[in-house]
Write a protein that binds this ligand. Structure first.
Ligand SMILES: [Fe+2]
Length: 254
């Protein structure tokens, strides 16, 4: 399996504390069936700054250590970028890291409490530059939970979204779990990833999430998510199903 979102890099954010923990996380990832993962440290989330070049160096060093330890896991460079008005300045300065540094997909984090008013415009501008934003864990954003149709608007505009495995199996509470399922049901999710931070409270749970998805939506839906992750890691375009408005469906119009 492939994990697109993980805080495995040592000493860079609120994920792995040191190389020993990173190695332990890598062993666990392999044990649960993950072969490739993107290291996506926080950037500009009001606490952490992790510039593109520093992440690339750190990923190179971690991969070297994994090889020395004979751990069959490949770490790819990524970044969890907090949305901000100056994204295009950061891009020009070379601080922003797209997945695998290929200029195509960007893991974009919204603040947990709201969706900034400029979000739609920023998504539009990123798409114009050929960068597709992947909104990470929309199911945990307070405003998106309250206004279901807002995520539909962002996806309809061209953004993709990634749900967290723990959300799907209820680790963030009932509301987040039920919103996650609604998001999947309405074709508003394109990827499942772990957002693992450690092995204690924020682990992987990817297999458990896929089992839950298979149970609720059938095996085809699980294949859809797994295949999209594979396409992304190969630098190809993921498949996108036509988004359905949650509000309209609830009203029974469609
Ligand atoms: Fe994260």
């Amino acid at each position: 399996m492939i994990d697109l979102h993980c805080h495995i890099l040592p000493e860079v954010d609120d994920g792995s504390k040191d190389m020993q923990e990173s190695i332990a996380m890598a062993r666990k990832a392999v044990e649960v069936g993950i072969t490739h993962l993107f290291a996506t440290p926080h950037h500009l989330n009001e606490r952490y700054v992790n510039m593109k070049d520093d992440i690339i160096d750190c990923v190179f060093y971690l991969n070297k250590c994994l090889q020395q330890e004979n751990i069959p896991l490949t770490v790819h460079p990524g970044q969890e970028l907090r949305i901000h008005r100056e994204i295009f300045v950061s891009l020009e300065k070379g601080e922003v890291l797209t997945l695998d540094n290929n200029g195509k997909y960007l893991m974009l984090e919204l603040p947990s409490g709201h969706v900034p008013t400029y979000t739609q415009e920023l998504i539009y501008e990123l798409l114009l530059k050929g960068i597709t934003p992947i909104i990470v864990h929309p199911e945990r954003n307070k405003e998106l939970i309250e206004n279901h149709n807002l995520l539909f608007k962002l996806v309809q505009e061209g953004a993709l979204s990634q749900l967290t495995s723990g959300s799907i199996i209820g680790l963030f509470g009932k509301n987040v779990k039920s919103f996650s399922k609604k998001i999947i049901e309405h074709n508003l999710a394109h990827f499942i990833a772990t957002d693992a931070h450690n092995l204690a409270s924020r682990g992987f749970f990817l297999q458990e999430a896929y089992e839950s998805i298979t149970k609720s939506f059938g095996l085809n839906r699980t294949f859809y998510f797994k295949e999209n992750a594979e396409l992304l890691i190969r630098g190809q375009s993921p498949s996108i199903e036509k988004p359905v408005s949650i509000k309209k469906k609830l009203l029974g119009i469609f």
